[in-house]
Design a protein around this ligand. Sequence first.
Ligand SMILES: [Zn+2]
Length: 451
Amino acid sequence: MGFRASELVLPKRLWMVLSFLCFSIAEFAHAKAQIEGVRLWRAPDHTRVVFDLSAPLEHKLFSLENPHRLVLDMESAGNKFALADLDLNKTPIRRIRSGARDKQDLRVVLDLHEAVKPRSFLLKRHGDKPDRLVLDLFDKSLKTEKKLEQAQPSQKRDIIIAVDAGHGGEDPGAIGPGGLREKAVVLAISKELVRQINQVKGYKGKLVRTGDYYIGLRKRRNIARDIRADLFISIHADAFKHPSASGASVFALSRRGATSETARFLARKENEADLIGGVGGVSLEDKDEVLAGVLVDLSMTASLSSSLQVGDKVLKSMGKIAKLHKRRVEQAGFAVLKSPDVPSILVETGFISNPKEAKNLGSSRYRKKMASQIFKGVRSYFDDKPPVGSYLAWVKNGQKEGRPREYIIARGDTLSGIALEYNVSVAALKKANKLRNSRIRVGQRLKIPTS
Ligand SMILES: [Zn+2]
């Protein structure tokens, strides 16, 4: 049986296609994942090294002693990055070097100044971020911070505000015109807010994130709980798909649905932060919620109503200097707000995607004003409802009972500062103490009038 010419054409073509495919598959099997970039982030308790990869890969990690070093073996990989260029200042790493191993694998060695607790995990390609291998070096000499509440007497304690600057490190957050990055803008606002909080007696502000590194969303909540925060404020400046979107807004958690399309969109974006910033293989689902049961549900309901009340005050106060996106506190399923016992709000200081607001957010003068309006809102909430045992409650109750109060001037006090502290006017202070001018001296006793 012979073939006709026309019958031969197809198999021949097929053969060509097949041989090409085989060649491609063989090529693919040998294709190496390349390290295309390396970044370092220093957090207070660990150092994060992020390797950008051209493709996912298998890896092994182990430590060696004498001298301390970490070895990272990557299968079928190569390195295109100049490791010697990395700035290792303030990290436990002395040097990073790499070499080929078994012809096609890559070995990366980190020479260390001291022993660390290492962990590594892969982050899948997400958005414009490539596949990444994350190596965390946890400090062994953990400086455990003295818990705030231990340093305070049980009465007249400070109201503690945890201020959380969104994003950080691997996760830049939204990016505005001229490369303005949300993570930097919100850290600046947060630092300013904490500075202002700490100037007022009866309040203590604490940054959740103090520098340019990433913290997982659940960890942020836990930091607030560890310091026994009375309020958790997460600060953001986000982008929306429409550049015309503008205005500041305040969000609280919703256990049902989102109250608007923007709320839903932003919550989804904020919750993605863990995928971009990296939380080490922890799933994004909140397992603790399932285990929490009825009690958590009750306290969550209580803290949610506080969240809405304080959120409302903050929103109104911001409305005095900024356009508002919505007149009401919006609600959506923000993971960072899921603290059952700490009232929590997320403040959108504006849209970094809106050219006019980006310009504002880039200016330190505006950021100062924004921080001040946020704090004014917070104060007006706690003035109404000071927590039991707080200094503010003590001041307020004193006023209610009409007890005569006295204040002894300390170094650095000003009449206007004292007036602010006790919620009375400078004129009333002067009148009660028969002062002719604002001059006061250390040790002087002032009568505080009831306002
Ligand atoms: Zn954000």
